[in-house]
Design a protein around this ligand. Structure first.
Ligand code: HEC
Length: 184
């Protein structure tokens, strides 16, 4: 009983110290400073577990469809480069100022399954700058983006520049109508 009372008192003291720290304003929310390693570990672990758990059971359609990846490129170039960059393209000023910054997705492809990428793109990541694109885009459009991301590791800066040039010359833009027309 004595030990139990001791444990409860200790827990209460810890809660009070935690609340004290929180209300004191000492903890910095400045995005100009990196997260401490403890905070980063908590956020990363939560993110990894959550993405893996929620993506379970999703069935990716074939990602090799060239047309799909092409539509995906237009969307990626317009909506994602700003924060994630692309081969030979740096993140924008907005993307550089985020904490955490958007990772290089050609690295993500190496350790994530397509369905995990899809789930993340559709639902976004709370408390980061990663938006939930599923609120404004159909699943077909989002799978097309995943099909394009899947090709990122093998795309050189020159090839990416060429895709941008081709799109500009052909007047191609990411638009909901054109993407939905080409969706199965
Ligand atoms: C406003 C900035 C912003 C935009 C725009 C943005 N993202 Fe992100 N994204 C982020 C940030 C920040 C993270 C990292 C969150 C973290 O580290 O916890 C992220 C994470 C991701 C991840 C998970 C990567 C991993 O390995 O954990 C994927 C996949 C992703 N974004 C895809 C996209 C796609 C596709 C688009 C465009 C449709 C996009 N993002 C647009 C900011 C952005």
């Amino acid at each position: 009983m004595k030990y139990l009372t001791g444990a409860v008192v200790l827990l209460l003291v810890q809660v009070l110290v935690g609340l004290g720290l929180l209300y004191s304003g000492i903890i910095s929310v400045a995005a100009s400073e990196p997260h401490s390693s403890l905070v980063r570990w908590v956020l990363d672990t939560g993110k990894e577990r959550s993405i893996r758990n929620h993506a379970k059971g999703l069935r990716p359609p074939g990602l090799e469809l060239a047309g799909q990846a092409e539509e995906g490129f237009l969307a990626y170039n317009q909506m994602c480069v700003i924060c994630h960059g692309a081969p030979g393209v740096e993140r924008s000023e907005l993307g550089k100022g985020l904490r955490p910054t958007g990772p290089d997705l050609s690295e993500s492809v190496r350790h994530r399954k397509p369905e995990e990428l899809f789930w993340t793109v559709k639902h976004g990541i709370k408390f980061t700058g990663m938006p939930a694109w599923g609120e404004t885009h159909s699943d077909e459009e989002l799978w097309a983006i995943v099909a394009f991301i899947d090709q990122l590791p093998s795309l050189s800066p020159d090839e990416y520049r060429q895709l941008v040039r081709n799109a500009a010359e052909g007047g191609a833009e990411h638009g909901h109508d054109s993407v939905q027309e080409s969706a199965p």
